[in-house]
Design a protein around this ligand. Structure first.
Ligand code: GRF
Length: 188
């Protein structure tokens, strides 16, 4: 069984979808730990409930990003983590960290990449008044939101959609495809 480390900064609904897929046997993996940079993240509650070990580490405790990342790499190695799953982790890694987990780190992004890169992809698509957007699970590379896609799904934007309803639709699709994409990577 492959070991996953899921990284979260906020709500953790994708983390929850991964835990649920593992519990239902749809995703054959072990969630070894959750890494979090935000003591207020609701994802911490989810981990506690599911009894998943948590590494809660604030980058503010470190003088530079690489020192922060070095500690994380050390922990991941000690837990024999095979795949890093970024699930709403609001931090950009240095090339050092990305190099340490080359081809072993995936991310989910709430648009059909390469459209709407960046931190406000749902809002940007909504405000652009496009007819569809989507969700992408992709490999993490030094260039942000630019790694090879693993799985993508389109999401239609209807005339009735509000930003709120579009967000809900996107999150529903994220929760469907993230476990599938992870299983795809692990089975390859
Ligand atoms: C998701 O929309 C994901 O695509 C983006 O950050 C959000 C995380 O949501 N990278 P959650 O914390 O999993 O609920």
């Amino acid at each position: 069984m492959k070991n996953l480390a899921v990284f979260c900064s906020g709500n953790g609904s994708n983390f929850q979808a991964i835990l649920d897929a593992v519990r239902r046997g749809k995703l054959k993996a072990h969630v070894a730990l959750m890494v979090c940079d935000n003591p207020k993240a609701y994802a911490l509650e989810r981990a506690k409930k599911a009894q998943i070990p948590v590494v809660l580490l604030s980058p503010k405790l470190f003088t530079n990003r690489q020192d922060y990342e070095k500690i994380i790499v050390r922990i991941l190695k000690s837990q024999a983590v095979d795949l890093i799953v970024l699930a709403g982790f609001m931090r950009i890694f240095t090339p050092y960290f990305i190099g340490a987990y080359r081809n072993k780190m995936v991310n989910i992004h709430p648009s059909y990449l390469p459209a709407f890169k960046g931190a406000h992809a749902i809002r940007d698509a909504f405000e652009a008044k496009v007819k569809e957007t989507g969700v992408t699970v992709h490999w993490v590379t030094v260039k942000v939101d630019a790694g090879q896609p693993i799985l993508q799904k389109r999401v239609k934007i209807s005339k009735q959609d509000t930003l709120d309803s579009l967000e809900k639709k996107i999150h529903r699709v994220e929760h469907q495809i993230y476990p599938l994409a992870i299983q795809k990577v692990l089975s390859a």
